[in-house]
Ligand binder design. Sequence first.
Ligand code: AMP
Ligand code: GLY
Length: 429
Amino acid sequence: MKILVIGGGGREHALVWKLKQSPLVEKIWCAPGNGGIAEEAECEAIDAGDVAAVVKFADKIQPDLTVVGPELPLVNGLTDAFRQRNWAIVGPSKLASQLEGSKIFSKEFLERHQIPTAKMYGAFDFATAAYPALSNVSWPLVIKADGLCAGKGVFLAANRSEAEHFIQRVMERNELGPGGKRLLLEETLEGEELSFIILIDGERYGTLVPTRDHKRVFDGNEGPNTGGMGAYSTEDLLPDNLRATVVDKIVEPTLRGLAADGIRYQGFLYLGLMLTKSGPKVLEFNCRLGDPETQAIVARMDFDLAEVLRDVAAEKLDTSKLKWKPGASVCVVLASGGYPGKFEIGKQIEGLTSVANIAGVKVLHAGTKLDGDAVVTNGGRVLGVTASGPSLDAALAAAYAAAAQIHFEGVHYRKDIGAHATKLKAAGD
Ligand code: AMP
Ligand code: GLY
């Protein structure tokens, strides 16, 4: 098989790395790719969100299968353009991707199908309508921009003046761009978050191992939200009884709801859950795999990803093929100084060759590029040091040993990825 992977972050490096291990795979292209992907696939400098440019490239190379990583090409209708031409692709349609592309669409979907989620106070097209609605909410309040905002569209307001300030920035000053034209106000949920991702072939679905992301930039969940500073997966992250509830109350009703609404879904569906005292609830849907969740998921895959994705594109998913390595996996994200705020790029990265031989560790690149023979930083999240092992402690020890050997100016990373799980275990919970 010849495969085209769309995207250029850590998630896509994880996909390329795993796909390349398949004996079925002859060649991989990645558009646009990054400095690490360039060592394993042929990269093509195309903007992933530019549907016409991707179609043109695919027409030239004629891949047997295309796999889409990020949300933007999906929301822009890339899979629709491919399917019109009968080209095999994994990813939901433009319409189905509205589950991520519009938070109001997804909230209305959740309410219509009685799927547990945070209560919505209202959705607004104008700031003048949103301000008075603040008199009828509980605090803290979650405010969400309706459209895609590169991870900046969710705000937790402690009080009315913080809420007014955010609404003003987004709706009156358009600071988040077109994604902030409409806003949603909703109840704040408390609990542990969990990323539960399923793979759907249009009819059947299989579940991936659950993972937990760490969204705040600093240890102890302090500081602003990021795209994700690290993730882990263990066998006991989601106990059987809770998994059954997630499937019965969330996954199955979601699939029935999509069918009832006439929306065909093929591809990955990411259910961002809050495990609250009154049961699991949906925080968000994403129409794709998570980043850095994918790095931790791929590290536990014990199956041929190329074969399974080929089957999904052909609507023939055999869920019994989804086999997982026991034990645990972890991904620790090494970020640029200043991220998620302003940061500089072009810093030389040292230590990558010395960690390449550590057993069980794979350094997956996100914001990197090649500069001659050197690998330099090229984004906020730079590397995802990924490790698997027989236990979470073993995987963490390997990942942190490798992370300590990698250097670039300003590098920072969380030292407590998975620590909460280790603590719960020590306390016998
Ligand atoms: P979203 O873009 O909807 O995934 O939200 C990003 C992050 O904001 C989530 O992963 C949560 O950490 C947080 N979040 C979103 N909605 C809520 C909510 N209703 N209550 C508490 N936290 C939330
Ligand atoms: N790590 C969160 C996401 O991919 O949306």
